[in-house]
Design a binder for this molecule. Structure first.
Ligand SMILES: Cc1cc2nc3c(=O)[nH]c(=O)nc-3n(C[C@H](O)[C@H](O)[C@H](O)COP(=O)(O)O)c2cc1C
Length: 148
């Protein structure tokens, strides 16, 4: 059975909702998945799973979650070659060029760690809509297919 870990950061709950949608889809697909809040997690936990997912919010004009900065630094130092990764997250289109910047930054960190991108980044504007759920389900299916 494939294994996955979903790490999220949230202030007002939107990114936990995104993480829940992804986690439930993994479960439906028979993946052994765990979900964890970023300040409680250690980046090395990704070494123990097949599929690695980060779901961060973006703050203060493109900034990463403050409580996820250590995790972000540590992630780039890992060797995740052979692992599949995907990033998704909720931001706000109001911030235009900084919209969901943290999602893009975490994708870059995974690439630096040598992981393989299994699905394109998914950006969600504020709370996930029915259409966003479809995108997130397709994202999760792609990650599982990429791992097989
Ligand atoms: C002070 C502040 C700054 C923000 N800056 C950005 C930003 O640069 N880019 C972005 O996409 N969203 C930005 N947002 C919007 C949040 O990322 C968005 O509301 C998101 O859904 C929050 O996720 P959460 O509910 O998981 O905390 C900002 C929000 C606040 C309150």
């Amino acid at each position: 059975m494939a294994t996955a870990k979903v790490i999220f950061a949230t202030i007002t709950g939107n990114n936990e909702d995104v993480a829940d949608i992804i986690t439930e889809k993994f479960e439906q697909l028979g993946v052994d998945v765990t979900k964890e809040e970023i300040s409680q997690a250690d980046a090395t936990e990704f070494e123990d799973v097949d599929i690695c997912v980060v779901v961060p919010y973006t703050y203060d004009q493109g900034a990463l979650p403050e409580e996820g900065l250590d995790f972000y630094d540590d992630l780039q130092e890992l060797d995740l070659s052979g692992k599949i990764f995907g990033c998704a997250g909720s931001g706000d289109t109001f911030y235009e060029e900084d919209y969901c910047r943290a999602v893009t930054d975490f994708s870059a960190a995974f690439k630096k760690a040598g992981a393989t991108q299994g699905a394109s980044d998914v950006f969600v504007n504020l709370a996930p809509t029915a259409e966003d759920i479809e995108h997130l389900d397709a994202f999760t299916e792609q990650l599982v297919k990429a791992q097989a």
